[in-house]
Design a protein around this ligand. Structure first.
Ligand code: BYC
Length: 352
């Protein structure tokens, strides 16, 4: 099938339903017996669809580099969700009240759910969950730098909710307009839940910031430790971000790392002021001319160290993850056995 010769505006169309039966006729054919010339035509038609704000769906033709970029980013995102359960899970047994404990359990369960949606989205690109977990466990895929920092006090749970989930929403709301349908759709629900997470974190810190002197100091200490790593979550500065330009052309990313970091700072500074908590940046200042809060220099050498595996908790996070995977082997075996039995039942008509 030839790529459509229609102009982008005509081939563009709203998001497709998830249960679309077959690729539409105006889409390029899947790769296979195509010549380099046809591949170039497919690539041009693909970019025209992206430019026209159409969603790319799993069975559509896509450049291999687009597929690889999405697998890298979605897998890293999924890994971050499940590794991110560890620092907070650490406080489930130590939450200060039954109410706080119930909320925290719900939040940590949400993170597991986000991991599942994201692994499912990655699987639509032709990679299995087992392969992705192998890549994580063997250190060939990353998870977010932020989860290599320890949770030292209860106030850290508030700081993670407020700052880490706040940074995550800032990054993820634009991802809900990502060109790849399954990733964009996964973001819709994730962002709703992240919004609850951010508020619960803010409320924990608010309560501490309005409590005893000791509680206020605990809240301030947590914010002092989580502020800079939260800014690093957005990734390297634009001039040191190798993937940004291509990902923005493909509309996987809608804003650059620095643009999103700036949005987060502008949103967060007034919240800190309202709470009576200071941010640990002597150079933070409001710039009248642009209307932005400008932050001081980020220590990118710390970011590089954490990415290289030398953060405060890299080793413990990976060790726990591998242990959890091994400990869960029997669950996977039981689920596979059940699925196989059910499948036989369906085929023979004897399924319960
Ligand atoms: N940490 O060219 P760049 C959550 C890597 S979880 C580690 O800018 P890109 C939560 C990057 O992979 C939410 N690595 O890359 C869960 C690349 O590596 P390679 C997590 C990072 O992809 C539980 C290199 O640096 N959110 O909210 O264009 C509890 C160059 O970077 C980081 C997501 O995963 C980092 N921070 O942009 C509570 C969002 N930053 O391949 C909360 C989805 C960069 O060159 N991901 N790298 O070796 C993204 O939006 C983008 O992938 C990034 C990076 C903005 C992170």
């Amino acid at each position: 099938m030839q790529p459509s010769s229609q102009p982008a505006a005509e081939v563009g169309r709203p998001a497709l339903p998830e249960d679309r039966p077959a690729p539409p006729k105006d889409r390029p054919a899947p790769p296979g017996e195509t010549s380099p010339r046809e591949d170039a035509q497919f690539a041009a038609a693909f970019q025209a669809l992206v430019d026209a704000e159409a969603r790319i769906e799993p069975r559509d033709w896509m450049p291999e580099a687009y597929r690889a970029t999405l697998i890298r980013q979605i897998a890293q995102h999924a890994h971050s969700e499940i590794i991110g359960m560890q620092p907070e899970g650490n406080y489930i047994t130590r939450a200060p009240s039954l109410r706080r404990k119930a909320i925290l359990i719900a939040k940590v369960q949400d993170e597991a759910g986000h991991g599942l949606y994201l692994y499912s989205a990655a699987e639509t690109l032709g990679v299995s969950r087992d392969e992705l977990l192998d890549l994580l466990h063997s250190g060939r895929q990353r998870y977010s730098s932020i989860f290599n920092y320890p949770t030292l006090t209860w106030a850290d749970i508030g700081a993670i909710g407020w700052l880490v989930d706040g940074a995550a929403i800032t990054n993820q709301v634009p991802l809900s307009r990502c060109s790849y349908g399954p990733y964009a759709r996964a973001m819709t629900r994730i962002c709703k839940e992240e919004s609850f997470h951010q508020r619960q974190g803010y409320e924990i810190l608010w309560a501490l910031a309005h409590g005893s002197g000791e509680q206020k100091a605990m809240a301030q200490d947590a914010v002092d430790r989580w502020w800079w790593p939260s800014l690093m979550m957005f990734g390297p500065p634009d001039d040191a971000s190798p993937h940004s330009a291509q990902s923005m052309t493909w509309k996987i990313k809608r804003f650059s790392n620095d643009e999103l970091r700036q949005k987060f700072v502008d949103m967060t500074v007034p919240q800190a002021q309202a709470m009576g908590i200071s941010l640990p940046d002597p150079d933070l200042r409001f710039e009248e001319s642009s209307g932005h809060w400008r932050h001081g220099e980020i220590d990118w050498s710390e970011f590089a160290r954490v990415l290289a595996g030398d953060g405060p908790c890299n080793a413990v996070r990976m060790a726990r993850r591998r242990e959890a995977h091994q400990a869960g082997a029997w669950v996977r075996e039981a689920a596979s056995a059940y699925a196989a039995k059910h499948q036989v039942g369906v085929l023979t008509g004897s399924a319960a």
